[in-house]
Design a protein. Structure first.
Length: 88
């Protein structure tokens, strides 16, 4: 019984958690959260891909696109870190 619970905790920490973090991160980058949940859940190391990949499109409150160089920057940043363009 206790071993069962330990097993579930192990699954939750090493599979479910990366899955959920991956789903949230993917969603904040304009990607499909279900696809990335499955991918990160089945194979947790892919979480690194999810965390470091670029956003697909501007997402309100998370990422916006620089009008000059088209790179994605964080929503709260006021200066583009790639071309130093000031954003309003
Ligand atoms: Zn820029």
């Amino acid at each position: 019984m206790t071993d069962d619970i330990r097993g579930w905790i192990f699954i939750a920490v090493f599979f479910l958690l990366p899955g959920l973090i991956g789903a949230w991160t993917a969603w904040s980058k304009g990607r499909n959260p279900f696809t990335w949940f499955l991918l990160n859940f089945v194979f947790p190391p892919t979480l690194m891909v999810t965390l470091f990949q670029k956003p697909l499109r501007p997402v309100s409150g998370h990422y916006r696109q620089c009008p000059k160089c088209k790179e994605f920057i964080k929503w709260r940043e006021t200066v583009c870190k790639y071309c130093q363009t000031e954003l309003v």
